[in-house]
Write a protein that binds this ligand. Structure first.
Ligand code: TYD
Length: 214
């Protein structure tokens, strides 16, 4: 099922420290320079409900089950899809999201051990089946990504504090991701090389006058 509009939905995914937010900003700037209206979002977040869920799921100081995490992430996602992403796609905008469904499959299924099929169904319910046209999966070894993060940030969230084994499962899940519109990009390259590789994919998708559905 697609968005039903003429916009294009681009998602940037990958493990911690892969450079997703930098890439989202650079892609948005290039699209704007080309005259394409762009909306950027970051998950979890982007609406009052989603920001409230974000605060709990990332900052809650006690243990939480992976299923509790799942429903908090999906609370955030359903609100963002309904209030921001779908309306933007229906208006013909390009939407670029920093994380979406693949994060849930990587962190809550591969990382947290939840069952794939049930999570997939829950995601479908939360998103109404909205899937990206392009998913750019940034690939970076766990140690490199975590070191980049350590260098850049002071306070770690609950997921960044997980052990290396968890982060290796997350990375493996990303590496195995495949499907319509999924493209893997080597994030150890220079920022410019990453942007150029991503841009090629986004151009191909945004050149289509009417978005496809899947
Ligand atoms: P954030 O600081 O927003 O972003 P990033 O780490 O991408 O710079 O942290 C979001 C965290 O939430 C990140 O550790 C991944 C995790 N996450 C999930 O576990 N499941 C999800 O479905 C999403 C969207 C994020």
């Amino acid at each position: 099922m697609g968005a039903g509009g003429s916009g294009v939905f681009v998602v940037v995914e990958g493990p911690e420290g892969a450079g997703k937010s930098t890439l989202v900003r650079s892609l948005a700037a290039r699209l704007q320079a080309e005259g394409r209206p762009v909306v950027t979002v970051r998950e979890p977040g982007g609406t009052p409900v989603a920001e409230a869920a974000r605060k709990v799921v990332l900052k809650f100081p006690h243990d939480m089950t992976p299923a509790a995490e799942l429903f908090l992430f999906l609370t955030a996602r359903t609100d963002l899809v309904q209030r921001v992403i779908r309306p933007a796609l229906e208006a013909g905008d390009v939407v670029i999201a920093d994380r979406y469904n693949l994060s849930t499959m990587a962190y809550q299924v591969a990382g947290g051990g939840l069952p794939f099929d049930e999570v997939e169904q829950a995601i479908r319910l939360a998103t109404g089946g909205l899937v990206p046209d392009v998913t750019l999966v940034l690939d970076i070894p766990v140690a490199v990504g975590r070191e980049r993060q350590r260098a850049a940030r002071k306070v770690q969230d609950r997921f960044e504090r997980q052990d290396d084994a968890f982060h290796r499962r997350v990375l493996e899940a990303y590496r195995h991701a495949q499907g319509p519109g999924v493209v893997h990009v080597d994030a150890t390259q220079s920022k410019k090389a990453v942007l150029d590789a991503a841009w090629k994919e986004v151009l191909a998708a945004t050149a289509l006058p009417i978005r496809g559905s899947s």
